[in-house]
Design a protein around this ligand. Structure first.
Ligand code: MG
Length: 272
């Protein structure tokens, strides 16, 4: 074991970053993740995916670290992971939960009001059945079912001209909700984002381990708050070998699409 790495924490986006954009496969990162697990490097998922979706990949990759769901809507922490911290908002059978966003139900209620008042076609995962989500995302039916289990964020499939989309987003902002752009869709939350959740976990890891070194890896605009909250921000490429237009101090733009870039950057930065 390399003792240098036990204080390293990697915050990572999933879709288009750790997972392959089209297939959602984690195959490419599996050997490196096994090496990181062995070396004691914590890998924290920070994704717009739901708790149910992320649990599948946690199991597959043998990851026990806390994870950030639905673009920062909540942090799920295995019981006893941070023994000194006690201010949780709720406790489930397996997790202690820090909630940062308002409920999905409340977001849906506000979006419905925005839709009706402005006569807009704003439709999200909550308005679609599993088959519709599967065909839109490329997820299989079982995965799409888990993607529908939303608690803190609505995913919108906005279509139309740039101007029309801009108008919809301005009305969403006026309603007090916030939005961000992922690899495929627009996400709407009640003020939470990946950065706030990352900052909280950086604090908790520092309390637990002391003097941690943080790496963040993402591919899209909704990753910017997370990337701004870590020591070493890494941007992987999108399919077609280009980077999202993101400017941040010390941003490492790695050549490599999604998981290919992930593997290259993490190997370089950790020496594993
Ligand atoms: Mg992404």
């Amino acid at each position: 074991m390399n003792p240098m790495n036990t204080n390293t924490v990697i915050f990572t986006d999933l879709d288009g970053t750790l997972l392959e954009h089209d297939t959602y496969s984690s195959k490419m990162v599996m050997p490196l993740v096994a090496g990181l697990n062995k070396a004691g490097v914590a890998i924290v998922f920070c994704s717009s995916k739901t708790k149910a979706e992320q649990e599948v990949y946690r199991k597959k990759l043998c990851i026990a670290s806390p994870f950030i769901v639905e673009d920062g809507g909540a942090i799920f922490i295995s019981k006893g992971y941070f023994p000194l911290f006690r201010k949780y908002h709720r406790v489930t059978r397996d997790y202690q939960v820090i909630e940062l966003g308002i409920s999905y139900r409340e977001i849906r209620r506000i979006l419905k009001k925005v839709r009706e008042e402005n006569n807009l076609a704003i439709y999200g995962f909550g308005d679609m059945n599993t088959a519709q989500i599967a065909s839109l995302t490329g997820l299989n039916m079982a995965q799409a079912k888990l993607a529908k289990k939303r608690e803190y964020e609505e995913t919108l499939n906005l279509t139309g001209s740039d101007e029309e989309i801009k108008f919809v987003l301005s009305k969403i902002e006026e309603s007090g909700l916030s939005w961000s752009r992922g690899g495929r869709f627009y996400s709407v939350t009640g003020g939470s984002n990946k950065g706030k959740a990352t900052e909280i976990l950086v604090g908790l890891f520092n309390q637990k381990l002391g003097g941690i070194k943080t790496i963040g890896v993402g591919d899209s605009l909704n990753d910017v708050p997370m990337l701004a909250a870590v020591d070493v921000p890494v941007l992987v490429q999108k399919p077609g070998n280009y980077w999202e237009k993101i400017e941040l101090p010390r941003l490492y733009k790695v050549s490599g699409v999604g998981p290919q870039g992930w593997v290259q950057a993490i190997k370089e930065l950790t020496g594993i």
